[in-house]
Ligand binder design. Structure first.
Ligand SMILES: *Cc1c(COP(=O)(O)O)cnc(C)c1O
Length: 393
């Protein structure tokens, strides 16, 4: 027990991972310094090719962040003030924020309570009940905007129900942008990778993602030549050739140093993913063995899906008290996310109220992410589970 008292289990330990790649990463950074080529360039090109291949896409376009990947993807689909985009309220802010920043209207549909991802049935119901279908377009009645796209998120590392969502999109001529910020290498049940199923995939290399840079970075992927080319041009202020602007883009460039670091880390990604998956299995087993089933619900993985566990998220009774208790025991946890987007203050103008997306609201009150990073030891995982048991007993 004395040893346990001193145990610390942070939510994420990037230093532990850095120890395993320190030398090659420093060498890669040195090479960029020697080249003095800091923005875009050969490292970015190589990373684009490798992430595209890894994600089974024809094109990879390196960008400045996951947020900018979403923004430029929406811009490439020409989504603006007259348009609306259907998305999930249970996600990181950037998903809804990118839509709103372009003057478009986010339309929030509820989530599947088991996977926490956008529920195709809720999307169908919104299209059926909340939209006007006359005139060949899909007009969202409340806002008067044209629904142009779906923006599902592959939350925590598990893909959304892409076949059902693609069917809906196909039936109504909608674009599909996958927010795969948490899901690089994740696979849908038919084996297709995150970012390769919709028209554009958006990835983040924020340090806490499974493939994390030493700062901000992101990538768009696509199997559509035209969309990929538009993203490439929009990334450089819309100039093509340089200084001739048919489009208004922005500075969405990726730095060479980040790309060089990511190229080293990408070689380890499958091992790290295997480590996360093994840790998740250990939690699953320990949770059911501890008789916690009544108080805690372990995450659900749909049959055949490759879940990459950017987060291992449980539902817990008396979640906030549990979080406090674990914190006191030296265990880092986080709530992803405490306030669903449809009830965020900045989206009050959209007119949603509490109760509009009940599953997202319930999840916001019950979910808790516990440490799952690959370098965790079995002992640490057992300690987390023991502390959870201690709390409920
Ligand atoms: C991290 C994240 C983003 C934003 O990525 P950044 O690189 O931090 O801008 C977008 N969507 C989701 C679901 C994320 O987890």
């Amino acid at each position: 027990m004395a040893a346990n008292k001193e145990m610390k289990v942070p939510l994420l330990d990037l230093k532990a991972q850095y120890e395993t790649v320190r030398e090659p990463v420093r060498k890669a950074i040195d090479e960029v310094c020697d080249s003095q080529w800091f923005v875009m360039g050969p490292n970015v090109k190589e990373l684009e090719d490798r992430v595209a291949k890894y994600s089974e896409c024809r094109h990879g376009i390196g960008v400045s962040s996951g947020t900018d990947a979403l923004l430029v993807a929406l811009m490439a689909m020409e989504i603006g003030p007259g348009d609306a985009v259907i998305t999930t309220p249970y996600t990181f802010f950037a998903t809804g924020g990118a839509i709103a920043r372009l003057g478009a209207t986010p339309v929030f549909c509820d989530i599947d309570p088991e996977t926490f991802n956008l529920d195709p049935a809720a999307v169908s119901a919104a299209i059926e009940n909340d939209c006007d279908h006359t005139g060949g377009t899909l007009v969202h009645k409340a806002s008067g905007k044209n629904i142009k796209a779906l923006l599902p998120v592959h939350l925590y590392g598990q893909t959304a129900d892409m076949v059902a969502l693609m069917d809906i999109a196909g039936a109504h001529g909608l674009g599909v942008i996958e927010d795969a910020a948490q899901s690089i290498g994740s696979e849908y049940s038919d084996g297709r990778r995150a970012g390769s199923v919709g028209h554009i995939g958006c990835f983040s290399f924020f340090p806490s993602k499974n493939l994390g840079a030493f700062g901000d970075g992101g990538m768009c992927t696509s199997n559509d030549d035209e969309l990929a080319e538009r993203i490439r041009v929009l990334r450089l202020h819309g100039g093509k050739p340089k200084y001739y602007h048919a489009l208004i883009g922005g500075n969405f460039r990726l730095d060479a140093i980040q790309a060089a670091i990511l190229l080293v880390k990408l070689g380890h990604l499958d091992d790290w993913t295997a480590g996360r998956q093994a840790n998740a299995r250990m939690y699953d087993t320990a949770i059911s063995r501890s008789g916690l089933d009544g108080n805690v619900i372990a995450p659900v993985t749909r049959t055949g899906r490759r879940h990459i566990y950017n987060q291992y998220v449980i539902r817990a009774e008396r979640r906030d008290e549990l979080r406090q208790f674990l914190g006191n025991a030296g265990i880092g946890t986080e709530i992803y996310y405490p306030v669903p987007l449809h009830v965020q203050q900045c989206f009050e103008y959209l007119g949603y109220s509490e109760g509009d997306c009940p599953e997202a609201e319930k999840a916001a009150n019950e979910t808790l992410a516990v440490p799952v990073y690959p370098e965790l030891t079995e002992e640490q995982i057992q300690y987390v589970v023991d502390k959870i048991s201690e709390f409920y007993n």
